[in-house]
Design a protein around this ligand. Structure first.
Ligand code: PXG
Length: 446
């Protein structure tokens, strides 16, 4: 037994050696483990018996709160009834039921759901749908994909190619060919401390016209953007920006994909950001809140016209050569059905909308705290951006993360930005407590 194993056992922890953790400083974590052993509602429990308020809904996913009894029951029941059935050529009722519930909830015109297991798979699936759609319509030369700087679209090769976060790209070589990027929309000079959508920057969408002029519209298949970019630090679309992107895509026959992996399921105070912003994309990628984070699942939602374009060729032939062993997995589908029912029956999207102003006021009260250079918010999403420590980017936000954790609060950091995306069940007292803890942490790290 190694020394560290002995210490861990004393601390009630397993041996930490073999697990290669994702997007984590493995060596730091293994020296300073923060282990979550249970959760309920707004709170998580740690291995050393502490209770933490979860201000990020796991990782933007547990929108109905942790271990919701109705979702837990549905998963347990499904596990005992049908564990798995072949995903290709056979079906099971729960997946069809979920597709119906999901498309009922989606904006009018979005009529089909293709199931996957994660946001990354949803993105790669949507990109492939876009390419195949054009090919089926005799426009196979439309192969170019347009993403955006600082966009996050998961970690598949398609997703990192259209994504615009350089550390996620630079280790992996040339990536997909024929990809271009719009500029991001984050601008502190014009928009610092905006409440809701920033006023400045709709013209940044016109960069798409420049890209179209450069490559010719006939070579471009799709544009993919997050309506609100989450992982890259909560970057909000300027007022009118998404509308303009939609108009330009329409003008040039380019499909528009909204990556709503974090925005969907109440995060913006509506079922989908597309609904809240009144901009209808051709494809929507989702995951996370679809099952409130309980069982991995994602979905690509498509307009009827896209599905119809595929439904040609000989009767009985496969129309789309794509899918996963676990597409529409029974446990995930049962979790999804129960989750969407909970969102509706508990009015959680309306609740998020009603709490938007409370979260906004609470977060903006941090404006004058040490090192705060921006506060921004929309729906139940918030961000506090900090001045980086000279020569040590990300270090200041990490210190605040650790300070908050020690004070009973889980937040998320990205770069030097603190991000907030609480479960939609959060109440006003918990919002106040969350912001007070952040305030204390900012002052302690002055
Ligand atoms: N698209 C978007 C917009 C996302 O936010 C993905 C795709 C990929 O989803 P999967 O399920 O493959 O992880 C995401 C994921 C953060 C953070 O720190 C956000 C995500 C993942 C990890 C961390 O905000 N979003």
């Amino acid at each position: 037994m190694t020394n560290s194993t002995a210490t861990r056992l004393q601390e009630n922890l397993p041996d930490l050696q073999s697990y290669w953790m994702p997007f984590t400083g493995n060596r730091y974590f293994k020296d300073h483990p923060r282990m979550i052993t249970g959760a309920s509602g707004m709170y998580c429990r740690t291995h050393d018996g502490r209770q933490l308020l979860d201000a990020v809904a796991g990782l933007w996913c547990c929108n109905a709160g942790h271990c919701h009894p109705k979702i837990v029951e549905a998963i347990q029941k499904q596990a005992a009834e049908l564990d798995y059935s072949m995903a290709f050529q056979l079906g099971h009722p729960r997946a069809f039921e979920l597709a119906n519930k999901l498309t009922d909830m989606a904006p009018d015109g979005i009529d089909y759901a293709f199931f996957v297991n994660s946001g990354s798979e949803a993105v790669d699936t949507a990109l492939k749908m876009a390419l195949a759609y054009h090919r089926l319509r005799g426009e196979g030369q439309r192969t170019r994909l347009i993403g955006r700087e600082r966009g996050y679209h998961g970690v598949g090769f398609g997703g990192i190619s259209v994504g615009g976060i350089s550390p996620n790209r630079k280790m992996f070589g040339a990536l997909l060919p024929g990809v271009d990027h719009l500029p991001h929309t984050h601008d502190l000079e014009h928009n610092a401390f905006s409440r809701g959508l920033p006023q400045w920057g709709a013209h940044l969408a016109d960069e798409l016209e420049r890209i179209v002029a450069l490559h010719d519209a006939s070579t471009i298949a799709a544009v993919i953007v997050e309506p609100i970019a989450g992982s890259a630090g909560v970057l909000l679309p300027p007022e009118g920006y998404l509308e303009r992107v939609r108009e330009i895509c329409d003008r040039h026959g380019i499909l528009l994909i909204f990556d709503e992996v974090i925005c969907a399921f109440g995060r913006t105070g509506d079922a989908f950001a597309a609904g809240r912003f009144g901009v209808l994309p051709d494809l929507i990628t989702t995951a996370k809140g679809l099952t409130s984070g309980t069982v991995p699942m994602g979905a690509v939602l498509a307009k009827g016209e896209i599905y119809d374009t595929f439904m040609t060729g000989p009767e009985g032939a496969i129309e789309f050569f794509h899918g996963y062993t676990y597409s529409g997995h029974p446990l995930a589908a049962a979790a999804g059905c129960a989750t969407l029912d909970v969102y509706r029956s508990e009015g959680l999207f309306e609740r998020a909308r009603a709490l938007e102003g409370t979260l906004e006021d609470a977060l903006h009260s941090l404006q004058d705290e040490p090192n705060v250079i921006d506060v921004r918010n929309f729906g139940l999403i918030g961000a506090v951006e900090l001045t980086p420590i000279d020569g040590q980017p990300t270090a200041r936000a990490m210190r605040i993360f650790r300070e908050c954790y020690d004070n009973g609060l889980i937040i998320r950091t990205t770069g030097d930005t603190l991000a907030f995306s609480p479960p939609l069940i959060i109440d006003e007292k918990q919002i106040a407590h969350m912001v007070d803890t952040v305030r204390k942490s900012l002052r302690a790290q002055r």
